[in-house]
Each structure stands twice: as C-alpha cells, then as structure tokens.
Write a protein that binds this ligand. Structure first.
Ligand code: FEO
Length: 163
C-alpha cells in the first residue's frame, strides 16, 4: 500500500499532466485560429502525450493499491502574441513540470518508497526530452522569425509530427 503523502503528491501530478494537456490544446486552438495548422497539429500531439503521462501515473496509483482522486482544472490562457511566445510559454511550463517530477523523486527518497522512485525515473528522462523538444522549436522559430515564408515552411515541418 502506498504512503498517503506520496499518494496525494502523485494525484496532484495526474492533475498537472492533465493541465499540461489542456494548455497545449489551448495553444493548438489558438494556432488553428491563426491559420497555422502545422503548429496546431504539433500541439495536439503534445497534448495527447500529456494525457498519456497522466494515465501512466493513474495506472501506477491503481497498481499500488491507491485511489485516484481527480482535481479541478482551471481554464488555460487562450491566446498568445506569436508562435515564439507560445513556445516560450511551453518551454517554461516544461521546466515547471521537471521541477514537479524532481520534487516527487525527492519525496519518494525521503520516505523510502523505492517502487515510486524507480517508476519516476522514466519521467525524469522524459522531461529532459520534453524541454529539449520545446527548445528546439524555439530555436527554429528564431531562425525564421521575420520571414513569413520561413514560418510557413516551419508550419509544414511541425505538422509532420506524429508522436
Ligand atoms: Fe508531461 Fe510535458 O510533461
């Protein structure tokens, strides 16, 4: 049976991952509204990744004999001034999620919950990738920033993302 403090913290992380999905879906909707279907599609794929993260933790809580308790999700921001601003916000958000994951690992260590600590290693690695992916898009946007044609080409490139 999982420790109550760890259980609460994991349930909060389910909420953070679902909130991440909500944020990226809001970005997708804004990109679609700005006629940038490739950026929108990239964000939809990202949102679906976040739901998978939430469900991975959800499943782990069940496996450990805990109860999943869902929390409310506030409405996310619904518009961003530019693709660069949206991706900078996504990158900052991923840094926040990395911090959440690291805190969970520290808590698991503190209470000697080895299964949770090992389970969270996947998320530690995943966050390295999540930050790198967001930063990669930021660098690409910066390279083409003032070129309408460059942004159009980047939109087409990002639209190819499948997972
Ligand atoms: Fe689930 Fe993007 O962190």
């Amino acid at each position: 049976m999982i420790d109550n403090k760890m259980l609460d913290a994991l349930n909060r992380q389910v909420n953070e991952e679902m909130k991440s999905a909500y944020l990226y879906l809001a970005m997708a909707a804004d990109f679609q509204d700005q006629n940038r279907p490739g950026f929108a599609s990239w964000m939809k794929v990202q949102a679906s990744e976040e739901m998978k993260h939430a469900m991975k933790i959800y499943g782990f809580i069940e496996e450990r004999g805990g109860k999943v308790v869902l929390q409310a999700i506030d409405a996310p921001q619904d518009n961003w001034a530019s693709p660069l601003k949206a991706f900078e916000a996504a990158y900052a958000h991923e840094q926040f999620i990395t911090d959440c994951i690291h805190k969970l690992v520290k808590l698991a260590r503190e209470i000697g919950d080895l299964p949770t600590e090992v389970f969270l290693h996947w998320f530690v690695d995943e966050q390295v990738e999540e930050e790198a992916t967001a930063d990669e898009v930021i660098q690409k946007i910066k390279q083409v920033q003032d070129s309408g044609n460059g942004l159009y080409m980047l939109d087409r490139e990002l639209g190819k993302r499948e997972d």
